[in-house]
Design a protein around this ligand. Structure first.
Ligand SMILES: Nc1nc2c(c(=O)[nH]1)N(C=O)[C@@H](CNc1ccc(C(=O)N[C@@H](CCC(=O)O)C(=O)O)cc1)CN2
Ligand SMILES: Nc1ncnc2c1ncn2[C@@H]1O[C@H](COP(=O)(O)OP(=O)(O)OP(=O)(O)O)[C@@H](O)[C@H]1O
Length: 257
């Protein structure tokens, strides 16, 4: 049996159960930590935690424009403390690992967190240990608004892009097409329970997800609970997500088929 223990380092702490905290383990799907189908392979240290955003109602977005929702949610997620960020990233990573195992994904595109996004550092290390290939987006050097996906290993040379996000140096040998990936984990700014997503406004992931057919690769949104809104005004180019993972839930939308 293969086990990964997520240990602490300088930027992420292991989960601790504070005496006054309630353990939250509810999901909108049937697969949970107690589901024998997903509980046996990759384990994290401890999954008891309180999500600070759960005490607030889902953000009512009915009277908001896309730009206002973006601004509001970005502010919310940037307000999460570093300690909470570490805990939430750790617990969410367990749900994502279960999803990676569920579809036996071998090539997974992730992102490096910025702007208060759910962090992926520990998750990437776990995937490396389990020989799951990790890919990261980089901005296309010529085609505006498009992404390329590059293999990411501990030896990959990284360069900051124009948004100050680290991305792999362009090297055609390390590149894959979207359809060669098994899963694309997308960052997002806001989502709703229908699987609609809205990103930073560049249309990068919309253009990427437009290349997906029959859920190959499987697109999985990865976000804090506080990024959920009651209703997302969508545009014709928006591609809905079949799966969204947060620290408390794995949401399977109608788009999973
Ligand atoms: N971690 C992560 N990586 C990612 C994305 C993402 O959302 N998250 N992207 C997802 O698409 C792409 C980058 N897209 C981005 C689009 C806008 C801004 C941004 O900061 N915009 C500023 C304005 C900056 C400017 O105009 O120069 C802003 O809105 O404040 C950042 C990233 C590729 N890599
Ligand atoms: N498939 C596509 N082909 C061409 N243009 C597109 C496509 N998808 C989105 N766009 C353009 O991208 C721009 C930004 O779209 P939108 O605001 O929905 O991005 P976003 O979802 O917030 O960003 P991202 O996808 O990078 O996370 C829009 O002007 C839209 O016309």
């Amino acid at each position: 049996m293969s086990m990964t223990r997520f240990m602490t380092n300088s930027d992420e702490q292991p989960l601790t159960q504070a005496a006054n905290q309630t353990s939250i383990t509810y999901f909108s799907s049937s697969s949970t930590a107690t589901d024998p189908a997903v509980s046996h392979q990759i384990m994290l240290e401890n999954d008891s935690f309180t999500d600070p955003s759960l005490s607030e109602p889902i953000f009512d977005s009915n009277d908001m424009s896309r730009d206002n929702i973006r601004r509001h949610i970005r502010q919310q997620r940037n307000g999460i403390s570093a300690a909470d960020q570490n805990q939430l990233a750790l617990i969410a990573s367990r749900h994502l690992l279960a999803e990676i195992q569920r579809i036996s994904a071998k090539r997974v595109a992730l992102y490096l967190g910025f702007d208060g996004e759910l962090a992926t550092g520990k998750l990437i290390e776990a995937l490396w240990k389990h020989d799951v290939e990790v890919y990261l987006p980089r901005l296309h050097p010529f085609a505006k608004g498009h992404l390329l996906f590059m293999r990411y290993t501990p030896d990959t040379q990284m360069i900051n892009n124009r948004y100050d996000i680290a991305e792999p140096k362009l090297d055609i040998r390390n590149m894959v097409t979207v359809n060669q990936l098994d899963m694309i984990v997308t960052p997002l700014v806001a989502f709703d329970d229908q699987g609609n997503r809205m990103g930073m406004g560049g249309g990068f992931y919309d253009r990427t997800l437009a290349q997906v057919t029959d859920n190959k690769p499987l697109a999985v949104g990865y976000a804090h609970d506080c990024q959920q809104v009651s209703f997302l005004p969508i545009e014709y180019w928006d591609v809905p997500l079949p799966v969204i993972i947060t620290p408390t839930r794995r949401i399977f939308s109608a788009h999973l088929g």
